[in-house]
Design a protein around this ligand. Structure first.
Ligand SMILES: Nc1ncnc2c1ncn2[C@@H]1O[C@H](COP(=O)(O)OP(=O)(O)OP(=O)(O)O)[C@@H](O)[C@H]1O
Ligand SMILES: Cc1ncc(COP(=O)(O)O)c(N)n1
Length: 505
């Protein structure tokens, strides 16, 4: 049998939307941890456009549910019809329904609209033990199951839907999941949140061949926290959103489960309530604290600094025993390097977001050319040197130019920074050691070592560090990764640059 070209077995591109429009049909939790409030946060955290039709109002907090009010069902119909008569809906998540009349109304609407993705979280009892669905409505809820693509019961809900006792362990929970999936013909997510022990697995179960196996289990650790309010709501709405993008339940769960784990782990930082608090839906968007990125860069630079201090070039420059041809080679390459570096600093000026930074880099670019001509005037004129660009100089400048071609201000700055930071650091060390040795006038490189005590350069270095740190705060995760890569590479070139005279002079 040959696969038809028009209908590939494994479509490479699913018809997904960048920002899926996701509707939560659920109850309101005014404390913000569960219900539509959690759903809207989850949907937004996964890049969806969230909408909410409210089935019921609760008066609850992290300690428990004080009251439930189910508005007239006609008003729910008006909400649902208002949305679907105007907006294309890519996915629906259904949570608390309250009573049988609400369930009937939602069923009517689902049958009419037939959304592409329907996730049903059969909410019955809150974590606090309070009922969120009338007992008399349990049968009505069962009748809704075939209209869902994915059902996400916790262990007590799974048992109730089957009319069986609650599963005592994970393998009986999976058996129950299979029975429910077979009964309603769709996919069941069996959740391990209510199990005991250090593990918290979840499993997708489908007995009609939709998944690659009947049971696809995704393991996970259990977070030691009492902040599990709304985990089920958050998980189901996140799954609905991601599914609208991936079209693949396993891929969706693999994306959402680690997010929920981090949301549970970061929950303490929110400090909401005295009972079972909410999870941190936006843990992944917590901004960088000022200075944190620069500190992380410095950690990357430390091994390179150690390598620099152990180089013969640096040790003999400090002692004064450095062979002169090595020093001459270093100075000549420095002049060549500064010419290229100046161009990259000018590019940073061109990309700078503020006038202060534009001015700083423009000045730095000019000063760089001034230092280059001073090198020629005062140092290189009387020495025997080559004007040929050495291999390390060439690679270093090429790396800087490539970073500037990325077009990202943040990445250019990260590439530029080691020349300031490591040079300032090494220079300060060498100068201090010279002064500590009594600043001997007969030291072969005394004049050069004295140039290292430049407070203006130290101040410029501090500014360059701060600008790089601020650029990182506003950068995307991908850009920050590129910054670290560019910075680390420049650090390696700094070491290679000091070692080049030994190899090529
Ligand atoms: N302590 C925990 N550590 C790690 N994951 C957890 C923890 N508690 C729950 N989860 C995860 O949260 C999700 C919801 O699971 P759970 O079984 O608690 O559902 P639920 O009872 O419907 O949630 P809710 O608390 O909102 O009623 C699952 O993915 C589960 O694995
Ligand atoms: C409006 C509403 N919907 C759902 C839940 C379940 O969440 P949990 O079991 O974490 O209390 C809730 N408490 N309130």
């Amino acid at each position: 049998m040959t696969a038809s070209l028009s209908s590939p077995v494994y479509p490479l591109v699913t018809s997904s939307r960048a920002t899926p429009r996701v509707l939560s049909i659920a109850g309101s939790d005014p404390s913000g941890g569960a219900g539509i409030q959690a759903d809207l946060k989850s949907i937004a955290a996964h890049g969806g456009y969230g909408m909410a039709a409210i089935t019921a109002l609760t008066a609850q907090n992290t300690m428990g549910v004080h009251a439930v009010h189910v508005p007239p069902v006609e008003f729910l119909r008006q909400q649902l019809d208002a949305i679907s008569s105007d907006i294309d809906i890519d996915a629906v998540k259904i949570g608390m329904l309250g009573d049988a009349a609400v369930i009937d109304e939602v069923r009517r609407w689902l049958e009419e609209v037939r959304p592409a993705v329907v996730v049903l979280d059969p909410v019955m009892v809150a974590t606090s033990g309070d009922r969120l669905l009338r007992e008399s409505a349990e049968k009505a809820l069962r009748s809704l199951l075939p209209l869902a693509d994915l059902i996400t019961p916790n262990l007590p809900e799974l048992a109730m839907l089957l009319g069986e006792p609650e599963a005592p362990d994970w393998s009986s929970a999976l058996d129950q999941g299979k029975r429910l999936a077979a009964e309603c013909g769709n996919t069941v997510l069996v959740k391990g949140g209510h199990l005991a022990g250090s593990e918290c697995p979840d499993a997708l179960v489908n007995t009609s061949g939709l998944l690659r196996r009947d049971v696809v289990e995704i393991a996970g650790p259990r977070v030691e926290t009492q902040n599990s309010h709304g985990t089920g709501c958050s998980l189901s709405s996140a799954l609905a959103t991601v599914q609208a993008r991936t079209g693949d339940w396993e891929a969706s769960l693999r994306e959402v489960k680690p997010w929920l784990l981090q949301a549970l782990m970061s929950s303490d930082a929110l400090e909401v309530g005295q009972g079972s608090g909410p999870v941190h839906h936006f843990h992944h968007q917590q901004g960088l604290k000022p200075g944190a990125f620069a500190a992380a860069l410095w950690n990357h630079a430390t091994p390179e600094l150690e390598a620099i201090y152990s180089l013969r070039f640096i040790q003999e420059l400090q002692s004064g025993s450095l062979p002169e041809p090595w020093f001459n080679y270093y100075l000549a390459q420095d002049a060549i390097y500064l010419n290229g570096y100046s161009r990259v600093l000018a590019r940073a000026g061109a990309l700078a977001p503020t006038e202060e930074e534009q001015l700083f880099w423009a000045k730095a670019s000019q000063q760089c050319l001034e230092v280059e001509s001073e090198l020629h005037r005062n140092w290189l004129g009387s020495r025997e040197t080559s004007t040929v660009t050495g291999p390390v100089t060439k690679s270093y400048v090429d790396h800087l130019l490539a970073s500037s071609a990325s077009g990202s201000y943040a990445v250019v700055l990260a590439a530029i920074l080691p020349c300031y930071w490591l040079y300032a650091e090494v220079g300060q060390q060498l100068h201090t050691a010279y002064v500590d040795a009594g600043a001997p006038a007969d030291h072969a490189y005394a004049d050069w070592l004295r140039t290292y005590s430049d407070e203006d350069f130290a101040e410029a270095t501090r500014k360059a560090i701060n600008f790089t740190d601020s650029a990182a705060v506003g950068a995307s995760d991908g850009e920050r990764d590129a910054m670290v890569e560019a910075f680390v590479q420049s650090c390696r070139y700094e070491t290679a640059f000091f070692d080049a005279p030994r190899l090529f002079a």
